[in-house]
Write a protein of this length. Structure first.
Length: 372
């Protein structure tokens, strides 16, 4: 049987990202029954320990698809109304008129108008998401800080609104997903971690995926190098970090194999019903954390290829690490890529991130992985 993948091209594309300056990266690409896994570079720049394709990794906001799926399951069972005002469930957290106007759907697709709490939780990130204007000192200050999610939500809810409820383009905000975490806990009477683990992670049969309860990643894993636009030189390892600053909106640890397994199950209607999946794939324009307007659904967003159909998935970043997982609508072609450095673009005099060879090399890898 002919292999629909091109291992030589995939390995070359992976190596090009490493040669462009990424310390290490690894990936899994699937096409039907065919599977390719590859890795390039190092997991530890001091020892030269290589990355491998089975490493566990912080995958950031890919977590949001898991959280959204858990909420949609409760919508299916009638315990949550997708278009019910969030103030009906969490009146203390979103009080008054906004609690009446913001629906559960608006939280999931970032059209609530609620601001991002991060610049208030990390004071030196006062320009978030324009991190470029700030220094990285707060990362070290808060490496072991245990944040209270209720306090984080209050910071986002009391901050100046970034839009009126339901208006578009929406603005991507972790405040929305911390509220969804509280909604899950209110309705199920368990922690969101338990709910997502039981109803999503275990249902998808994921063996190496978890929502952590401490600052460490179990082995095997790579160190995570934060460059902070060249202000941390050489880049510093932040793989040990208390993830309570985002909780179950972006704290997931997984593998590229598990990510592909999860999105295949989701798009096959095995995690939520096909009608719920259709709701997840209804998109609206949303301003991303990078300032670009993207189409965003309910914890999912699409990527289009030339004549190759629509891919659905999510990307994510944490301090030092990142990942992107995309699956074609028919579930046949899949890609999951993990990288162990973030914010590699240096800044020009106006504070704008400058192009870097890693950008083009990663884009080329994604093209080969998704479209062949």
């Amino acid at each position: 049987m002919t292999n629909p993948l091109d291992p030589a091209a995939l390995n070359a594309a992976l190596d090009n990202v490493h040669r462009a300056g990424m310390p290490g990266l690894f990936a899994e690409v699937r096409d039907g029954e065919q599977v390719w896994r590859g890795a390039a570079g190092v997991a530890d720049t001091a020892t030269g320990r290589p990355v491998t394709a089975h490493m566990r990794h912080r995958v950031g906001s890919i977590t949001k698809t898991f959280t959204a799926a858990a909420v949609l399951q409760l919508v299916e069972s009638g315990q949550i109304g997708l278009d019910t005002p969030v103030g009906r469930y969490l009146p203390e957290l979103v009080p008054g008129g906004r609690g009446d106007a913001i629906t559960v759907r608006m939280l999931i697709n970032h059209t609530s108008g609620l601001a991002e709490y991060l610049p208030y939780a990390y004071p030196s990130l006062k320009a978030f998401p324009d991190l470029a204007n700030t220094g990285p000192q707060s990362l070290d200050d808060h490496r072991f800080t245990r944040f209270d999610p209720i306090e984080l939500i209050e910071l986002g809810v009391t901050a100046p609104a970034v839009g009126s409820p339901g208006s578009t383009p929406g603005v991507y905000s972790n405040t929305n997903y911390l509220l969804l975490v509280q909604l899950l806990e209110q309705v199920t009477g368990t922690t969101a971690e338990e709910c997502i683990t039981r109803n999503v992670i275990e249902r998808a049969g994921l063996r190496d995926t978890e929502l952590p309860d401490g600052p460490y990643v179990d082995d095997p894993h790579s160190l995570l190098y934060e460059a902070w636009f060249g202000m941390i030189d050489p880049p510093r390892d932040y793989s040990v970090y208390d993830m309570s600053w985002v909780g179950p909106s972006a704290s997931l640890i997984s593998t590229v194999t598990d990510l592909n397994r999860f999105y295949a199950s989701l798009l096959a209607g095995e995690i939520v019903s096909l009608s719920s999946l259709a709701q997840m794939q209804r998109t609206v324009p949303v301003v991303s954390q990078e300032g670009r307007v993207i189409d965003y659904g309910l914890g999912l967003y699409p990527m289009e290829g030339p004549g190759q159909g629509t891919f659905w998935g999510h990307g994510g970043t944490v301090w030092g690490g990142g990942a992107l997982a995309m699956t074609r609508s028919d579930g046949k072609r899949q890609m999951a890529v993990a990288v162990n450095m973030q914010r590699w673009n240096r800044l020009d005099s106006s504070g704008k991130p400058q192009p870097h060879p890693i950008d083009d090399a990663l884009a080329a890898l994604y093209r080969v992985a998704m479209y062949g």
